[in-house]
Design a protein around this ligand. Sequence first.
Ligand code: ADP
Ligand code: MG
Length: 605
Amino acid sequence: MKIRLLPPNMVNQIAAGEVVERPASAVKELVENSIDAGAGKIDIVLRNGGQTYLSVTDDGHGMTKEELSFSMERHATSKLPDDNLENIVTLGFRGEALPSIGSVSRVVLTSRAFGSQEGWQLRVDGGKKFESKPAAHPQGTSVEVRDLFYATPARLKFLKTERTEMNHTTDAVKRLAMAHPNIAFTLFNGERHILKVSCSQGDFISTRLDRVDAIMGNEFGLNALTIDAEREGLRLTGHAGLPTLNRGNASLQYLFVNDRSVRDKSFFGAVRGAYRDFLAHDRYPLLALFLEVPPDALDVNVHPAKTEVRFRDPGLVRGLIVSALKYALAGAGHRASTTVSQAALGAFQSPINKQLFVQSAQRANVTNGFPEASGYSPPGSATSALANLDHSPSAKAEIEIDGNRGTNENFGDYPLGAARGQLHETYIVSQTTDSIVIVDQHAAHERLVYEEMKATMNSEGVRRQGLLIPEIVELDEVAAEKIVEKSGELEEMGLVLETFGPGTVVVREVPALLGEINIQGLIKDLADEIVELDDTLSLKSRLADVCSTMACHGSVRAGRRLNGGEMNALLRQMEATPHSGQCNHGRPTYVELKLTDIEKLFGRR
Ligand code: ADP
Ligand code: MG
């Protein structure tokens, strides 16, 4: 047996195993270099999802002939000027990306340094460097990578389909573009344009929202709450989607830490905690949050790909995220997302447009004037439309209009307007100055009752129920210790427990609300969450579930007739109650249809 130092190219290929996992990671590393070089515009081109060809071109400060050659050496970097790993302000710092990529593919680097008259080109094939030669190039750098992984066939075999690889690259570029709104980006695959964003003007926060909109879709911008919070030197800004705008997975939840996109499990946990009251457990809100922390409170040197970070104080970060989101959501009050009314309009639109002519032709002998859209009123004449419906013999609608029109009229200026009637004993239709609002009375009332119960719980605490025979639960030692550490918080929620020897806790009291429960199961779930997420989600959500079931039973049922006073009282209460725009499962409690949109439906605009 002979121990030897591995040849440098071997070392680079081993490093490449971690740094360049797939085309997307090569693109990410190259674009990060362009960003670190102060680029204003970055163009990315791929062929076959990057496997045969990928290139990144920038207009940054470029490299001289010597720098070009040096950049391909392992651990050669210009980015740690004071040799201080505690103070990383660039995206790169390990000096590994270029030599790693160069060791597994065929690279051509072309660059012209700032202030220099001539450009230079360097070719590297599977780690073998050729002589640099002069080349024409505007100021900045182009890196072209051909036949990625040709030198490491084992890795090549792990590449997925072109489409999958392209999706990874698109995601990586989107993340980089969201974090750097002052840089223009283009992304091509073959001849196809995947992404193009120009840099916008204005203050940083609005520039960033523009960029986030451009990438996540305008829908997000229209339905996002602004986040701006600070705690002990940490700052969290960005945008959080309204609960009614949600998805089936967390792929549109972005967190950036010091302008670096990171995937952090505790971030997803914090988001789940903050939205828990407003979304079913399998729905995910959309978010783009930007966290700034002093460089020395953060370790980015966790993994070569640098998508993970460690915080000096993870609890502080988590607390900041949860409280900032909750605060913003509370401020959202009764606002529901615009997608809801757009979806509603879409639903109205198609059948009506198709049937427009048929309908008007048949109007004379049709029984119900609005076959596809009962409960929906033309602009400016809500009452006449209601009257119209009332007259149609087949309409099931029950209409009640407040006799006291004078007082009702005054509510027109309120966000949810003046109640004009009740349809199908389920929906309240109201009129604002510029729209028609349809409220699901059951969902709305359920939310109101729920919020009230929560408020009582917060101010008066949860009633506890002592156990006749205290329950002993065995956990592992770490879990038991952690759950006991949280006993203060748990006690506020009605759960009283204490340590009972190593790895064991004894439960003495439980929240009366929960009734007969499986204490063992609850404590084990809680222990898991506390260890993993530092949160007591399962107790909170069980309490919330009970509240919401009770709220559901205590609510005005669909099918109950309300009078004008009751309807208006419900609307006013919704306006005054936080989170009343959605029910406990993220479904909207009301839909607003703007008159301008309704006019479009009728071709009046
Ligand atoms: P790191 O980014 O960690 O420093 P890299 O291997 O990615 O390591 O790059 C090595 C060096 O090459 C960088 O420190 C930088 O000086 C130089 N470099 C790489 N790409 C560019 C670029 N697009 N423009 C200017 N300089 C670059
Ligand atoms: Mg780099």
